[in-house]
Write a protein that binds this ligand. Sequence first.
Ligand SMILES: *Cc1c(COP(=O)(O)O)cnc(C)c1O
Length: 240
Amino acid sequence: MANQLPYDHTMNPTELALNISEVQRRIQSATAAAGRATGAVSLLAVSKTKPAGAIRLAYEQGLTEFGENYAQELVEKAGALKELPLCWHFIGPIQSNKTRAIAENSDWVHSIDRLKIAHRLSEQRPAERGPLNILIQVNISGEASKSGVSPEALPELVHHIKALPRLALRGLMTIPAPAPLAEDPRLPFKHLRALFETLNDQAPELDTLSMGMSADLEAAIAEGATHVRVGTDIFGARYN
Ligand SMILES: *Cc1c(COP(=O)(O)O)cnc(C)c1O
């Protein structure tokens, strides 16, 4: 990016527009290469650490779905931009004392890996808003990554979350651990998709696979991603 300030209040609109159209081109090309329908993959722009002004510029380029990792940032930006018809996805680790802010300000939460957090979100979801869309984060890389439920524990968590009244369980999310260069980048996504398919009897309503980021969105789309989460390749590098 042209602007190297740690907190970029002056994102260059031309550069942002070019970044967005390039990411959209990559998504379309990967979707077509996989023989999937045009529009089968939604782009979620990960705006963590970036100011509300950058989100507004991205909205002016046609984006409406944004991902945030920190509850405080979500509250500030959703508040600052509340006149825009944006869809907010919370994608970061969740502490118990942040669930109310998340339940009140998100449309989706991708990072559920504990029943206790799901319970609190269901209790704290405001009555005037629809059910909160939920994805369970799965740790498909074993010990290499800290967040996410293990594949073995997934069916039981699905069972309990389905019973929570103010949540709508929609699918699965994963963040693969960095893999050795020689490894097929599609492997972790293949694994998540296989797990998703094993849930079909238990939860046929699930329709969402959140996987793929700036570096690996093509591999994720080839394996059936319905949402890719792209930060760096839209908003540039993060300095904080
Ligand atoms: C930061 C983040 C992303 C975006 O990663 P990039 O490599 O910048 O595209 C996607 N998903 C999650 C959960 C993140 O924390």
